[in-house]
Design a protein around this ligand. Structure first.
Ligand SMILES: C[S@@+](CC[C@H](N)C(=O)[O-])C[C@H]1O[C@@H](n2cnc3c(N)ncnc32)[C@H](O)[C@@H]1O
Length: 211
């Protein structure tokens, strides 16, 4: 199950038409999204100079100018820009300001499989960054929306009003890799693909595997 499969499932089920992607790169995900109105944001610099977004700017600039000033709203927003948790926290806040009622917010890279992949600053090509910290903090502190992470495609964070906040852990002052590794399932609300589909898309025929 890839990120576009999840985006397209939500879009189809809820009749979403307005899609926003933060962090476009080559458009591998963007081109596979089935929504009538699609927009993207990317500064397109350094190793990502190839990107050709709708808005060539950082997400901070986008939310402060285009989105907030234009009172734009989107049905589904996918955050996959700079994978540093302070930035992701700001991206979540900005995205929630322009998410339509009943909308869905998604985060990529919430479930790093080893320590090196989540180190900030980045030390290798395969990198999830510490997006996981944003997912944990959001789960612990936000009361209006719930958040869970689907165990697919590097960890797909799903933020929606109809997800229960069921966080029952004490968050340490400093979030560390060893804390995540010990508490991963509860910390992220890690949900198998099978359970995710059964919960949000019960109309789909059940699969016999957990994929
Ligand atoms: C992992 S790639 C995105 C991949 C794409 N979403 C996909 O699934 O095919 C991350 C992108 O985020 C962009 N980016 C980096 N910093 C950003 C920022 N501050 N605001 C928005 N995008 C940013 C990079 O330029 C890069 O293109």
């Amino acid at each position: 199950m890839k990120r576009w499969d999840v985006i397209n499932r939500f879009a189809k089920k809820h009749g979403y038409t307005r899609y926003l992607e933060i962090g476009l790169s080559t458009g591998k995900n963007f081109t596979r999204v089935d929504c009538a109105e699609k927009e993207s944001v990317d500064p397109a610099i350094d190793r990502y100079e190839h990107a050709n977004p709708t808005y060539r700017m950082t997400s901070d600039e986008f939310f402060a100018t285009v989105a907030d000033a234009g009172k734009k709203t989107y049905d589904i927003i996918f955050i996959d820009g700079l994978h540093e948790s302070d930035q992701v926290d700001r991206d979540i806040a900005g995205a929630l300001r322009c998410l339509a009622p009943g909308g869905t917010l998604m985060l990529h890279d919430c479930n790093p499989r080893d320590e090196a992949r989540q180190m900030v600053p980045r030390i290798q090509t395969a990198w999830n960054g510490d997006v996981w910290k944003s997912a944990v903090r959001f789960r612990a502190w936000n009361r209006n929306y719930g958040c869970l992470v689907v165990d697919a495609d590097e960890g797909l964070g799903i933020i929606r009003e109809d997800i229960d906040s069921d966080f029952r852990l004490t968050i340490p002052k400093t979030l560390t890799w060893s804390w995540l590794d010990t508490h991963r399932k509860k910390a992220l609300g890690l949900t198998s693909r099978k359970r995710f589909v059964a919960r949000f898309f019960p109309e789909e025929p059940p699969t016999t595997t957990s994929t």
